[in-house]
Structure formats: C-alpha cells, structure tokens
Design a protein around this ligand. Structure first.
Ligand code: B1M
Length: 211
C-alpha cells in the first residue's frame, strides 16, 4: 500500500494518532497537499457510504472526522497561501441544526488564504448569530454559510433571507455544502455558490473585487 493509500485507509478507520504522522510522511515522499487532501475527502466519502449502508454508526463517523481534522492540521501550512492585503472580513459558519465542520473549516482556510480576515462562528449558527457578527466586526464583505444535511437546507434558506433583510449592507452571501447546488443557491437568493473549498476561495475573491 502506498503512503497516500495508507492515509486514506487510516482516516477511514479513524486512526487519529496515526494520521498526522502518515500525512507528514506522504508530504515528505513528495505527494502534494492537494492530493493528500483529496484522498482524505475520498476516505470520508467511503465512511459516509458505510454509514448509509448501516455497516458503521455515528461514533465511527465522528472518529473518522477527528482523524481527518488531525491530518488537515498537518496540511494547513501547505494549503494556505499568504494573503498579504486584506480583502475584508469573511464571517463563516455551519447553519443552525448542523454540526458538520470539516468542509466549512477547509473553506475557511482557503478563503482566508485568498486574502480575507476570517471570523469563524463554528457550527449550529443561527441567522441572528450571523447578523450579530456582521455588526460586531469591521469591513465584513462576505458571509459564508455551510450546510451538509438535506434537513438543514431550510436553515440555509432562512439564514440567507435573514441576511438579505436585516438592513445591513456591503456584504455578499455565499452558500455551499454537499446537498447544495447552484440552482438551490439561486433559488434562495444567495450571491454565490461554490462546490468545494478551492472554488469558494476563487469565488469569494471575485465577488468582493467585482463589487
Ligand atoms: Co454526518 N451525515 N450526520 N456526521 N456525515 C453526512 C453528511 C451524510 C451524507 C452521511 C450519509 O448518510 N451518507 C448524511 C447526510 C444525508 C443528507 O442529509 N442528505 C449525514 C447524516 C445523516 C448525519 C446525522 C443525521 C446522523 C445521525 O445522527 N443519525 C448526524 C447529524 C448531526 C447534525 O449535524 N445535527 C450526523 C453527524 C455526523 C458526525 C457529527 C458524526 C460527523 C461530523 C463531524 C464533523 O464534521 N466534525 C459526520 C460525518 C463525518 C459525515 C460524513 C461521513 C463526512 C462529512 C465530511 O466531513 N466530508 C458525511 C458523508 C459524506 O460527506 N460523504 C456525513 C468531508 C468534507 C471535506 O466534505 O463537508 O462536503 P464536505 O465539504 C466540501 C463541500 O461540501 C464544500 O467544500 C468542502 C471541501 O471542498 N463545502 C462548501 C462545504 N461547505 C461549504 C461552504 C461553501 C462552499 C463550499 O461556501 C460557504
């Protein structure tokens, strides 16, 4: 098994202690950070499929998520560039009712590296909390809302509506997450949709520089 395959297998198995070392070894062997990230995301896909088929349960999913997060910590300096000039502040969070944060964390990392100051509100974030954060932070140019569950897509819709109707201006709203599509984003009135962390960074920059 190659080192990169070992990373994937150990993320799937939730080997929290082994994954960081294996990620470092894969980097040392010359694998790119993006390739290593990709195999870890694939590993989480396998975990999700096993959960869907009933062969694993929530605790195993949680342990795999922890293992991936540990691996991402090692990759972070290799993935994030150095945004020298600030494009403004980005407020990010996973919407209310939703506890998934790996994808949101990756988006935060990439958008920050594109040149934004990042304020991460974490998971289970209500529309009110997003609005309070816009008021409490300077130069908010982007609000990024993540949602991973089909059951929290209504929360995304409510959040976008609240942000658009709160009377505050000067920021754009981007949405994303596995069940989200461009069609849904347009339907709920978001300014942008991105399918993954890399394109979220590109879109974020384009949104605020075009404004
Ligand atoms: Co949950 N879960 N989970 N889970 N989980 C999924 C999402 C699921 C698809 C698994 C499955 O059934 N196959 C399924 C959702 C089905 C659906 O709604 N369609 C599911 C379910 C059902 C649940 C529970 C309801 C299970 C239960 O309790 N019975 C429960 C809900 C809890 C809650 O949130 N209220 C639950 C719980 C959990 C854990 C807590 C155990 C854990 C999360 C831990 C954590 O995040 N810290 C977990 C995990 C790990 C998963 C899977 C296996 C992996 C998610 C992940 O991290 N993927 C997931 C299956 C899967 O994804 N195939 C699953 C890797 C990550 C990098 O990808 O998050 O998609 P992703 O992010 C991508 C893009 O989506 C995009 O960019 C990212 C990277 O490029 N993106 C954005 C994300 N946000 C964005 C924002 C943007 C732009 C792009 O702009 C703002």
């Amino acid at each position: 098994m190659s080192k990169i395959e070992e990373v994937k297998a150990n993320v799937e198995a939730g080997k929290t202690k082994l994954v960081p070392g294996l990620v470092q070894e894969a980097l040392d062997e010359g694998h790119s950070a993006m390739d290593i990230l990709e195999v870890m995301v694939d590993g989480m896909g396998v975990v999700g499929d096993k959960f869907s088929s009933g062969s694993i349960f929530v605790p195993e999913m949680l342990i795999a998520a922890k293992a991936m997060s540990k691996g991402v910590e090692v990759l972070k300096p290799y993935l994030a560039g150095e945004g020298s000039t600030s494009l403004g502040t980005c407020i990010i969070g996973t919407v209310q009712g939703d506890l998934h944060d790996i994808g949101k964390n990756l988006v935060a990392m990439m958008v920050e590296s594109a040149g934004f100051d990042m304020v991460d509100l974490g998971v289970d974030v209500s529309a009110e909390k997003f609005i309070t954060a816009i008021k409490e932070n300077k130069a908010v140019k982007l609000v990024a809302c993540s949602g991973l569950l089909s059951t929290t897509m209504p929360a995304l819709k409510e959040t976008v509506a609240a942000l658009k109707n709160c009377g505050l201006e000067g920021f754009k709203v981007m949405v994303g997450g596995a069940p989200v599509t461009q069609e849904f984003a347009t339907q709920i009135g978001a300014d942008a949709y991105a399918p993954d962390a890399g394109s979220a960074a590109v879109k974020a920059k384009a949104l605020v520089t075009a404004a």
